[in-house]
Write a protein that binds this ligand. Structure first.
Ligand code: ADP
Ligand code: MG
Length: 635
């Protein structure tokens, strides 16, 4: 319209829209999940505001609900909610002029996945830009919205491919008391979304755990007799079993005296998700599939399953129910390596009302854990800031962390499931005979290890951040070692297999296991069959510098000075050292002079094995590996 105000999309948003619009080979169904999830968020916000700020958001009698409406002839689909709505300025802010931090990240992720594979556009919601998925299926999108804070109802509109959007007063006037109505003018090849069956299938699939009722319009065409055309009403028949009645009536009547019929359409609204909240049900009656689909709804995608979960009822000072999941993949916000971008993955409910999805109910290092907490013991109308600081949250948080670590531990003991009809491995001997070797049940790759390799940095971060749980976390660590031949072992396994005289845990750090293996520091350990733990992650240097022992067995970095094998006759070692010292004095003197300020000292060492010389770190300075890491960081 002529009175419309035009606004440019922020540049990144426009770039993203271009990609979304042209995503032809992607799963476009996800738009519905995103728009329903926004509607549900808006309802949550409204409910929360009525409970906490009575005046402006006074609770009225309008029920909280989501409606999916469509017009087959016009080729439009409308998603309507009675949520918090948007004012004129909200629309400008939220829908296009301000870049959200996720926009750039999403663009990067799309580039990485080549834009065409499973992980592409489907992830859109995880980057906080789900609204724009509307353009996957629509040529034109109009959003009509009415906020309880304003008397105006406005329309936001944008046409596919434009670099701008338009805002104008809704020409229909005020059609809503509160809420938002998003109308999609479907692309030619997307008209099939304007159908009850399709919408029902998608809403059931993606949104079965949305806590607000979702209604889908159902249009039924019925042939009824045209009363105006017929004079005498047929008398009601005597009782007959229901169902069969209509058919017979029609048949009989058609034969005797044909009546004029006409087609009428009836509209009914079908509720899709009338299920009980999953976490309030008892674990015994919930199938793995149900747990996985709830995970998908929490995680906002459906191509990665949860690895494991824990569903429990905590009783004590504070009672609450909780369901928490271990994801199988590192979430995108952690992948980029910026852990400071902390977002909590736990949704907090009070009596099934979503209070917050941003409470810090998990420490930073566990931010990849996602789930829900529901407590009856909290007042609904408490303000978020006070609640975050309250003792109650601290208690819940402590319990959640404990339960999460228990879940990891339990999972770490799981064996790989045995394949059902796995064939025994056949080996062909040198003489041509075939021997069948029974496959050992414990042989499969440990599912925990597979998971651990992706999440180890987070767990190690916990060693630095979560003192009270340090011991539990250390038990979850796994390392490659000098003797493990590529396998990973726990600290407990290392300690169990120590030499009788050995009272220290030997470690050696480096960029990766292969590099560490080549280190000359290892030679004497190999010769003596003493195991050494490989510290191959940068973060190992940080916790290694702070944590001195594991269950009172000291860690010793073998690249530093002072490693002594206690199985040797100390006297003999000392005498031998003394003899060498005096014999090689001219050489050490000369070396000292040659390198001068770049070294601290030159010494005779008894731990070189077959290497003629090594450069080692002092006991308390930075290790060579740490120097390498620090150098890499400043570059
Ligand atoms: P996110 O939902 O992650 O915030 P979206 O791109 O899906 O990102 O939505 C952007 C913003 O637009 C939302 O944060 C919200 O402020 C606003 N919005 C979208 N849909 C609605 C709606 N149905 N009702 C009210 N506000 C909405
Ligand atoms: Mg959203």
């Amino acid at each position: 319209p002529a009175n419309a105000e035009n606004y440019q999309f922020q540049a990144e948003v426009h770039r993203m829209l271009d990609i979304v619009v042209n995503s032809l080979y992607q799963n476009r169904d996800v738009f519905l999940r995103e728009l329903i999830s926004n509607a549900s968020d808006a309802l949550d916000k409204f409910r929360y505001l009525t409970l906490t700020q009575g005046d402006q958001y006074k609770g009225d009698d309008i029920p909280l609900k989501i409606e999916l409406d469509y017009d087959k002839d016009a080729g439009t689909l409308t998603i309507r909610d009675t949520g918090v709505g948007m004012t004129h300025d909200d629309m400008i802010q939220n829908l296009g002029t301000v870049a959200r931090s996720g926009t750039t990240k999403f663009l990067e992720a799309l580039k990485e996945s080549g834009g065409e594979t499973g992980g592409g556009v489907e992830q859109i919601g995880q980057f906080g830009v789900g609204f724009y998925s509307a353009f996957l299926v629509a040529d034109r999108v109009t959003v009509a919205s009415k906020s309880p804070l304003s008397d105006d109802q406005n329309i936001w509109e944008s046409v596919n491919g434009e670099s701008e959007f338009h805002i104008y007063a809704d020409p229909r006037g005020k059609t809503m008391d509160r809420g938002t109505e998003i109308t999609l003018h479907l692309k030619d090849d997307c008209k099939y979304y304007a159908k009850y069956e399709k919408l029902n299938q998608l809403a059931t699939h993606y949104s079965e755990f949305v806590v607000h009722p979702i209604y889908i319009k159902k249009v039924t065409e019925e042939e009824v007799e045209d009363e105006d055309a017929e004079e005498d009403e047929p008398e009601e028949k005597p009782e007959k079993p229901e169902g069969e009645e209509d058919l017979e009536v029609e048949e009989e009547e058609e034969e005797e005296k044909p009546k004029k019929m006409k087609t009428v359409t009836t509209e009914t609204w079908d509720e899709v998700n009338s299920k009980q909240a999953l976490w309030t049900r008892s674990p015994e009656e919930i199938s793995d599939d149900e747990y996985q689909s709830f995970w998908h709804s929490l995680n906002g995608d459906e191509f990665s399953n949860a690895t494991y979960w824990t569903h429990f009822n905590a009783e004590g000072n504070i009672n609450f129910k909780s369901l928490m999941y271990m994801p199988s993949e590192i979430p995108p916000e952690l992948k980029s390596g910026s852990v400071d971008q902390f977002t909590s993955g736990i949704r907090m409910y009070v009596r099934k009302v979503l209070i917050s999805d941003s409470f810090e109910l998990m420490p930073r290092y566990l931010s990849f854990v996602k789930g829900v907490v529901d407590s009856d013991d909290l007042p609904l109308n408490v303000n978020r800031e006070t609640l975050q600081e309250s003792k109650i949250i601290a208690i819940i948080r402590k319990k959640l962390v404990r339960k999460t670590l228990d879940m990891f531990k339990e999972f770490s003991k799981k064996k790989a499931p045995k394949e059902e009809d796995e064939e025994a491995e056949a080996e062909i001997g040198a003489d041509g005979t075939v021997t069948e070797t029974e496959k050992d049940e414990d042989d499969g790759p440990s599912p925990y290890l597979e998971w651990y390799k992706k999440f180890s940095t987070s767990l190690k971060l916990g060693l630095l951040e979560d003192n009270p749980n340090r011991k539990r976390l250390m038990k979850l660590l796994r390392f490659q070692t000098l003797k493990s031949d590529g396998e990973y072992i726990s600290l407990d396994e290392y300690v169990e297999n120590m030499k009788e005289w050995q009272d220290e845990i030997y470690t050696l750090a480096g960029a990766d296991a292969d590099t560490i293996k080549k280190s000359p520091f290892l030679a004497p350990f190999g010769e003596k069959d003493v195991d050494v733990i490989f510290m191959d992650e940068p973060i190992d240097e940080y916790w290694g510098g702070q944590i001195k022992d594991y269950e009172s067995t000291k860690f010793t970095d073998i690249s530093r000075e002072n490693v002594k094998f206690k199985d040797e006759d100390e006297d003999l070692v000392k005498r031998r050292e003394k003899a060498y010292k005096s014999k090689l004095k001219p050489l050490t003197k000369w070396l000292k002079k040659l390198y001068e300020a770049s070294i601290m000292r030159v010494a005779i060492s008894s731990r070189l094995g077959s290497s003629p010389a090594i450069v080692s770190s002092t006991q308390y300075g930075n290790s060579a590996n740490m120097e390498r890491i620090l150098r890499a960081q400043t570059l």
